[in-house]
Design a binder for this molecule. Structure first.
Ligand code: G3I
Ligand code: 9MR
Length: 515
């Protein structure tokens, strides 16, 4: 037993709660514990244990297996969440907005595999982009750890690490989204309208389309496929060469078509049928150019790409689907020592910026009620806010690796604690983990099986005072604006670009702590 006094935490003006904390750093023996506060009662039971994040990290990656389109999800790998496959996507129609001479409107193409984006069943290149970049970066950063992480998926036991087996499943799909004629990449593969909420994949049979190519999708594709070219090279030199070719062809298309934006409203005014699904519209492509150029430069060493990277901004911005510049910089920092065209001052400048930003988050976060960088600003609570906490975690881990300062590691873990329940709602936002976790995600795979608990290992979007879904929320306060209800796509959906940084963070902390 350990006894101690509670200390009162600071509360920023926008936060609604007064919070006290208890420090259990002195507790070193493994076991199951509860916290008792006289007059207030007992907490949930919690574990103090080495390797406490192991299952969590694995589940965060296994979630991608559950999201696979075009295949049966088998009992041997999925247990009670086994299901029949849907969306073969072998007869996808070229939408009028995507028509070209070689592929006129109505042409049927084959574009199977890949992951469902989120709670919906569509597949969007822009969002696949950051997701794949994050998972490939996780592998490049911790190759030994991921090299031996078994996810129990159909490919387990083959020559590839499982994280790469999973990535390959989506890469195979992404490659089919490139028009072989000109190298441009379709923005998304989608039904015209969202399918109903309770429909299982087998019942979701509306016609699927590829829509207009876009510069954003094409650059994100170039970045991912160039990165994949070097990561998969030791396992398959032939595939690697083909990836590099595809990435360069995409880059060239973007050069000839630098301003082709996906504007759904304009497209719907011109063409039938109307497309009403996720837009992932982003018209500021400065960062997409930098990311693509960075990955292409690292994989080819061609100085033309480096010249492009040099035009990038020095300012730190946290990665998100519309802002991918620092995915490129992270990669350059990881590979920096081996890149002959990158001046030492450029590299040290970016590293200093990264560490300074991590420090700022740590200091601001320490003034928040829940003592985590996530509370450094109320602006962090946006649609998918839990991915902000996760991506901050990745930044803090990079700062730890660059500086050796263990306080950054601690801060990264503070954000992981935030996601697991040390927050204003008391929820663990990861399905299947914790005593009080998300039960009703906006997730068609889960909503179509109300007889089962939600599929495990998924991170809910998290508090979002925007409340764009019009559902009922218990509070308007930024960090409490969360509702565990299926209707809430603005606070309780799941998405691949949120699970990727979460899985990165949980596995990286596990890798470092158990090393
Ligand atoms: O671009 C502005 C920025 O200038 C401004 O500072 C900021 C302030 O909040 O807002 C920014 O726009 C936001 C945009 O995301 C980019 O971050 C919008 O307000 C916000 O509504 C928008 O939310 C996106 C949402 O779709 C609606 O478009 C989420 O990021 C995105 O994750 C989500 O993605 C959906 C897909 O469309 C469909 N599939 C499910 C998926 C997850 O919910
Ligand atoms: O299920 C959709 C989810 O994936 C999207 O993030 C969200 C916003 O685009 O839209 C959801 O679909 C809803 C649609 O927008 C409005 N009618 C109800 C749909 C399901 O709740």
């Amino acid at each position: 037993m350990l006894e101690g006094k509670l200390s009162e935490n600071a509360a920023p003006t926008w936060s609604g709660k007064k919070v006290w904390s208890a420090d259990f750093s002195d507790l070193k023996s493994e076991g199951q514990y509860t916290l008792e506060i006289p007059g207030l009662g007992k907490s949930y039971t919690f574990a103090v244990q080495n390797g406490v994040y192991k299952d969590l990290g694995r589940a965060g990656l296994k979630a991608f297996y559950f999201q696979r389109a075009s295949t049966d999800i088998e009992k041997a790998y999925a247990g009670r969440w086994a299901r029949e496959g849907g969306h073969p996507d072998d007869r996808v129609m070229v939408h009028a907005s995507a028509a070209s001479t070689s592929r006129p409107e109505g042409t049927l193409i084959s574009s199977p595999k890949g992951w469902y984006d989120a709670g919906d069943y569509n597949k969007y290149i822009v969002n696949s982009g950051i997701t794949m970049g994050t998972l490939l970066a996780a592998y490049e950063r911790y190759p030994d750890y991921f090299g031996s992480l078994d996810l129990n998926i159909p490919e387990s036991g083959d020559d590839l690490p499982d994280i790469l087996n999973e990535v390959l499943y989506n890469l195979d799909w992404m490659l089919t989204m490139q028009d072989p004629g000109d190298g441009g990449v379709y923005h998304k593969l989608t039904t015209a309208a969202f399918e109903g909420m309770e429909i299982a994949p087998t019942g979701a049979t509306s016609q699927r389309y590829v829509v207009q190519k876009s510069t954003a999708a094409t650059l994100d594709f170039a970045a991912v496929v160039a990165q994949a070219a070097r990561v998969f090279k030791p396992f398959s030199p032939e595939n690697s060469a083909a990836y590099l070719k595809a990435a360069e062809k995409a880059w060239q298309w973007a050069g000839l078509n630098p301003q082709v934006h996906y504007r759904q409203n304009e497209i719907n005014r011109k063409f039938d049928p109307d497309v009403q699904t996720g837009t992932y519209g982003d018209e500021n492509l400065r960062d997409e150019w930098i990311w693509a150029a960075s990955e292409l430069y690292i994989s080819t060493k061609n100085p033309t790409y480096w010249k492009e990277v040099e035009k990038g901004s020095a300012k730190y911005t946290l990665p998100s689907w519309p802002d991918v510049q620092w995915l490129g910089y992270y990669s350059l920092i990881r590979h920096g020592e081996n890149l002959e065209h990158v001046p030492a001052e450029w590299l040290s400048g970016r590293k200093a910026t990264l560490v300074a930003e991590a420090k700022r988050l740590r200091q601001e976060g320490a003034r928040w009620s829940y003592l985590a960088p996530m509370g450094s600003s109320e602006q962090n609570f946006i649609w998918g806010s839990n991915s902000v906490a996760s991506n901050q975690g990745i930044l803090l881990l990079e700062a730890y690796h660059l500086s050796g300062d263990r306080e950054f590691l601690q801060s990264a873990e503070d954000n992981l604690d935030y996601l697991l329940g040390r927050n204003a709602t008391g929820y663990s936002y990861v399905t299947g983990f914790g005593s009080s976790s998300t039960q009703w995600p906006h997730h068609r795979l889960a909503a179509s099986r109300p007889d089962l608990p939600p599929l495990p290992g998924f991170l809910a979007g998290g508090p979002n005072p925007g409340q764009q879904d019009g559902c009922e929320y218990p509070s308007d306060i930024p960090d409490e604006s969360y509702t565990d209800a299926v209707c809430s796509y603005a606070s309780n959906e799941i998405a691949i670009n949120w699970n990727a940084p979460f899985a990165y963070l949980a596995n990286a902390v596990n890798a470092i702590r158990s090393a």
